[in-house]
Design a protein around this ligand. Structure first.
Ligand SMILES: NC(=O)C1=CN([C@@H]2O[C@H](COP(=O)(O)OP(=O)(O)OC[C@H]3O[C@@H](n4cnc5c(N)ncnc54)[C@H](O)[C@@H]3O)[C@@H](O)[C@H]2O)C=CC1
Ligand SMILES: O=C(O)C1=N[C@H](C(=O)O)C[C@H](O)C1
Length: 269
């Protein structure tokens, strides 16, 4: 029998962290050795499995970083990312970053870290979302010069507790589509007032916040006379949690570098 991979979950008491703890604790190829959260979290000191709503796993929710870990899975908040990167670099621990809404400085810090450790960073760990991104690239490439012009609008729906907008996934869809449409693409966030006619060079973003929605993205490719709409929706958070676990397993033993979910899922080959 092979030795289980030792994982630490960063943001372990959050909506996503709890699902990662729950799914990883049922996976015999993994051993959760640390569940980390903010020092003010009311569940600190409790068993992380119980915090996740399951049986005890013998790992306390702590704010301290552990000594020895094979890989860290992070679903936290932008304000928690700097320390997470620093701890992983110091211990040369591979890192899976799922947190969205990072600043440009934090993205640069993560890039610098990837020169020293292996990193997977993706705004969505979901297989369906990443596959839809590939479809969106293909549609954009094909319709770039369509007669009458192409209008791209990205609509995302998420739960009312989400703190960043638009979603990291919506921004990634826009970035990938924008690359296919050319350097003059403008990214327009919402519309209000006397906007004038829509130009062909814009990608519009619309962020809807409703109830407990775990995440939905619609990419509309509008033409004169017809439209294509790509829709991808999560039924619950396990698509993200299982994707992150898959990324963590894939990352262990890889050379240092920056990877994404296309690499993990083999969608670029
Ligand atoms: N890439 C992906 O597939 C997905 C990414 N996300 C992103 O993951 C992040 C977390 O989402 P949720 O779990 O819904 O949020 P959440 O707010 O429920 O959880 C965040 C957790 O981080 C903890 N935290 C805050 N400061 C911390 C610190 N300094 N050190 C350690 N822990 C700290 C909080 O106490 C909380 O338990 C968000 O940025 C979200 O957009 C969410 C779902 C999927
Ligand atoms: O906060 C969330 O919930 C989600 N955030 C990610 C994002 O911002 O794209 C991924 C997913 O859509 C759920």
């Amino acid at each position: 029998m092979t030795t289980p991979i030792k994982i630490a979950v960063h943001g372990a008491a959050g909506r996503m962290g709890r699902r990662v703890v729950a799914l990883a604790s049922e996976d015999t190829s993994l051993k959760i050795v640390a569940a980390i959260d903010h020092q003010s979290n009311p569940h600190l000191g409790e068993d992380a499995g119980v915090v996740a709503g399951f049986a005890p796993i013998g790992v306390e929710l702590l704010s301290q970083w552990p000594e020895e870990v094979d890989v860290v899975i992070d679903f936290s908040l932008p304000e928690a990312i700097d320390r997470c990167i620093e701890e992983c670099v110091e211990a040369t621990t591979p890192l899976v970053v799922a947190t969205t809404g990072l600043s440009d400085e934090q993205k640069a810090k993560l890039d610098a870290a990837s020169k020293l450790i292996p990193v997977v960073c993706a705004p969505s760990m979901s297989l369906a979302v990443n596959l839809t991104m590939k479809l969106a690239e293909q549609v954009a490439e094909t319709l770039d010069d369509v007669i009458g012009g192409l209008d791209v609008e990205i609509i995302e729906r998420h739960h009312r507790f989400k703190t960043d907008a638009p979603s990291g996934t919506a921004l990634k869809f826009g970035e990938l589509i924008g690359k296919k449409l050319g350097p003059n693409t403008r990214h327009v966030h919402g519309r209000e007032g006397h906007t004038g006619e829509r130009t062909r060079s814009e990608i519009g973003y619309h962020a809807v916040r409703v109830g407990d929605n775990p995440g939905e993205h619609s990419i509309v490719f509008g033409m004169i006379g017809e439209k294509i709409e790509l829709n991808v929706a999560a039924s619950n958070r396990d698509c993200y949690a299982s994707g992150a676990i898959c990324a963590a397993k894939w990352l262990v033993g890889r050379p240092k570098g920056m990877y994404n979910m296309f690499d993990v899922l083999g969608l670029d080959s």
